[in-house]
Design a protein around this ligand. Structure first.
Ligand code: ATP
Length: 603
């Protein structure tokens, strides 16, 4: 899914159209009638040259003077046809708009859902912007094509056929002249279509990349400012915009060639019609009205041909966009929800078991190796290890944010890959270091834990976690706005919200990445108390960053370079004098330097 679409396995334009229509079946609903309406309204628009011929030949051109009644009759007939074809065009557009928007709304929903189904691995930071562009700007491009260009393609082709038929009825010789002038263009269109297709694949890729590099510093604005890297950031954004500009210019040069070629062919056809028309007319085979009407007919032919070249351009652009959306939908979700077909976990507090689990990130080395471990129900486990030793990876496998490369993770006796997401999420919950808060009220954010919780239930949870005093200090209570990503709250308060939210969700198994951000002593105390109460009676695995957490756990698992190297209580592991004892010693040293850190003496 890079800026430049890979050649291998690249679907052709027709295959993309077919897949695209299959993915959005609503687009095809009633398309037959819409096409008939498009053709009828086009035929209606072609009556003018016929009226001109009849008016000139039967009216003004009659030897015995002008028959005004004939002229008036033709004009009224033309007016009637034009009004009717206008109404038909309106009806056709409304139908087209409704069908295409319905189909694309479904495509947006599917693409958006799929972005969510893609594992954390696929959604790495830079790609998020690219993924978003596939759901937004790429689908917009397809929408524009379906609502305007697609129908213009049908209308233009219809006009070309109708104009050719009328021209042939007037004079087959002049019709051949016109077609000969356009033949080179018609032959070269396939070549241009292929080159345009490649050019627009690159353009759409650069749009995604550009949105990604623009979005990233917006999201990380505080880091950009804190490190004064505005210039470097601006250079990246400028480079992204520059690449998009270059790709667009390359594509537009091709567009200009096709459009200019159509203009040249049109000019040639006009000149040739006049020259040949006059020559044939002089020999008495064509009336004056026919030659004049033919000149108008050429216009009726050239217009749609020029439009068709424009349509070709937009079609390639839309196909490039459609290809990117289809590629997104075709990217397999590496963590598949078994859904309704999945098993459900038994009731009661469950333990967990890792059986021969090995895990590697795509293209990388094994970061967890041969993990065999059983966690008993209601056991409080702390995981410790150097940075990069595999603690977070272990936690993600336990909550099925990723699947093991080898081996099985079980809750109770059930392989968690067989459990529906709905059921799994009810039983096991990952509480990250910084719980993500949405830009809404405190109440709304808490309700993510349990969407139908009543106000009394929310307040009862604050009480249960010993946070009633903190709640009482919030001037607007549950109606407090937390700001974007919870920025109106302090880091400690955000942690408290995350804990209340988890308590509301009430899972039996909690996997917690302990917060590392320093908070004031009062909030620290509140958070520790709330966490203690939250974990009561549940199984838990905590990635421990604090001395006290490891000390107070029932059991400590120690990871080193992806292996589970030590397993025991704090006291046992300190006595063992291995990795944990060393980590613990450095922890104690650090903690005694920090005045606010409660240090518990090593055993
Ligand atoms: N998304 C990823 N893609 C590729 N490699 C990754 C990814 N996430 C982690 N890793 C690598 O996997 C290894 C284990 O990482 P993990 O995050 O599990 O360690 P950790 O013990 O939790 O570290 P920390 O204490 O710093 O959070 C590291 O070498 C890390 O670089």
């Amino acid at each position: 899914m890079s800026a430049q679409a890979p050649e291998e396995g690249r679907l052709t334009g027709i295959a993309i159209l077919r897949r695209g229509l299959a993915l959005s079946p609503a687009i095809k609903e009633g398309l037959g009638l819409t096409l008939v309406l498009a053709i009828l309204s086009t035929i209606g628009g072609s009556v003018i040259p016929i009226v001109i011929k009849q008016t000139v030949d039967s009216g003004l051109g009659k030897g015995n003077g002008t028959e005004l009644s004939d002229v008036a009759g033709y004009l009224f007939a033309a007016l009637g046809i034009i009004v009717v074809s206008g109404l038909l065009a309106y009806w056709m557009r409304v139908r087209l708009f409704v069908a295409s928007e319905r189909g694309l709304a479904q495509l947006r929903v599917d693409a958006f859902r799929h972005v969510h189904d893609l594992s954390m691995l696929t959604q790495n930071a830079e790609r998020r912007g690219v993924l978003v562009s596939r759901v937004t700007s790429d689908i917009d491009q397809v929408s524009q094509f379906l609502q305007f260009t697609g129908i213009m393609m049908v209308v233009s082709l219809g006009q070309i056929v109708v104009a050719t038929a009328i021209m042939a009825w007037f004079s087959w010789q002049l019709t051949i002249v016109v077609w000969v002038c356009f033949l080179p263009l018609a032959i070269s269109l396939k070549y241009f279509a292929e080159r345009l297709s490649r050019a627009y694949d690159i353009v759409r890729g650069t749009v995604g990349e550009m949105l990604a590099v623009i979005a990233e510093p917006v999201v990380g604005a505080s880091v950009v400012r804190a490190y004064a890297i505005e210039r470097r950031t601006q250079e990246r954004v400028d480079a992204g915009i520059g690449r998009n500009l270059d790709a667009n210019v390359r594509a537009q040069k091709l567009v200009a060639v096709t459009f200019a070629s159509a203009g040249v062919a049109g000019g040639l056809a006009n000149a040739a019609v006049i020259a040949f028309g006059v020559a044939i007319g002089l020999s008495g085979q064509l009336s004056m009205g026919t030659v004049i009407a033919f000149a108008f007919l050429v216009g009726l032919f050239v217009g749609p041909v020029q439009m068709a070249t424009q349509v070709l351009t937009d079609a390639q652009n839309a196909i490039a966009s459609w290809r990117r959306v289809i590629e997104l939908l075709d990217t397999p979700a590496d963590v598949v929800d078994p859904g309704a077909a999945g098993t459900t976990l038994p009731g009661g507090v469950l333990g967990a078991r890792f059986e021969g689990v090995t895990f590697a990130y795509p293209g990388g080395p094994d970061v967890l190796k041969d993990i065999d471990v059983e966690i008993a129900p209601r056991q409080r486990v702390a995981i410790v290890g150097e940075t990069g030793s595999g603690k977070t990876t272990f936690a993600k496998l336990l909550t099925r944010l990723m699947d093991p490369t080898v081996g099985v993770v079980r809750l109770g006796d059930t392989d968690i890959s067989q459990v529906s997401f709905d059921d799994l999420r009810r039983h096991v919950l990952m509480v990250p270091q910084e719980g993500f808060l949405f830009d809404a009220t405190l109440r709304d954010n808490l309700l993510y834990g349990k969407k139908d919780a009543a106000e009394t239930e929310l307040l009862e949870v604050f009480d249960r976690l010993g946070l009633a005093d903190w709640y009482a200090s919030l001037p607007r209570g549950l109606d407090s706005q937390v700001g974007q990503r919870g920025e109106s709250l302090s880091a400690g308060e955000r942690q408290l919200v995350a804990l209340v939210r988890s308590a509301l969700a009430d899972p039996e198994f909690i996997v917690l990445d302990e917060a590392t951000s320093a908070v004031d002593p009062q909030t620290e105390l509140r958070a520790t108390r709330a966490l203690d109460r939250l974990l009561e009676g549940r199984s838990s695995v905590t990635i421990a960053h604090r001395l006290s957490t490891a000390e107070n756990a029932d059991r400590v698992l120690v990871f080193d370079a992806g292996r589970l190297v030590e397993d025991g209580t704090h006291a046992e592991l300190v006595r063992l004098g291995g990795v944990y004892a060393r980590l613990h010693a450095s922890w104690v040293a650090q903690a005694s330097l920090a005045t606010h850190q409660p240090v518990v003496d090593p055993v």
